[in-house]
Design a protein around this ligand. Structure first.
Ligand code: V0V
Length: 156
């Protein structure tokens, strides 16, 4: 093992991806889509909120009886035409918009990613679902996938 690999270990231990948190789907009509997931797949809403800064009304869905911490489906509808999700719907139509990884230390992880030349969309993490802290890796640096990094709130 090279010295470089040994040196990276403490950083990796504190700042790493711990799980797939959710898959984000852009939708035009949130209520109609929630009903579709319920009626056809039996999925239930665990959480719903409006995030003004991100320009979305969103719902987190899960499978009934799933373990705490299981990956969820995030349905996002635009609040208005300036929303990122409105632009996405205009360009591509409804569908998969992002893949979100849960991380243990978003500050340390994003610092390391920057050092590695990976573009983050925000200088500092912003407020995500349920007071989590979020940032995004530019899709051009992640094989065409918009990757969200999410550190849940400590009391969540
Ligand atoms: C754009 N591109 C994508 C993409 N959006 N590729 C994969 N997945 C996506 N979702 C591609 C696009 O095809 C272009 O490729 C290139 O990236 C640049 O796109 P653009 O049209 O010039 O840029 P915009 O204006 O569409 O912006 C794209 C970014 C924007 C990613 C910068 O969507 C953004 O800021 N996203 C982060 C915020 C966000 O997504 N908020 C909503 C979720 P070509 O054509 O040049 O090859 S809020 C949320 O998840 C919350 C609250 C939470 O989970 O807690």
């Amino acid at each position: 093992m090279s010295t470089e690999q040994v040196d990276a270990r403490p950083v990796l231990a504190s700042a790493r991806v711990t799980a797939i948190d959710h898959v984000g789907i852009a939708v035009a009509d949130l209520d109609a889509t929630i009903k579709w997931y319920h009626d056809h797949l039996g999925m239930i809403v665990l959480h719903e909120e409006v995030n003004e800064e991100q320009g979305v009304r969103e719902a987190m869905l899960s499978v009934r009886g799933s373990a705490v911490g299981s990956a969820q489906i995030q349905l996002m509808a635009p609040l208005d035409e300036t929303s990122t999700i409105a632009k996405f719907l205009d360009k591509r139509g409804p569908g998969l918009q992002q893949l979100a990884y849960r991380v243990s230390d978003i500050d340390a992880l994003t610092e390391r990613l920057r050092e590695q030349g990976v573009r983050l969309l925000y200088d500092e993490p912003r407020r995500g679902t349920a007071d989590s802290r979020i940032n995004f890796i530019h899709p051009k640096d992640a094989g065409g996938v918009l990757i969200e990094l999410v550190q849940p709130a400590t009391d969540h």
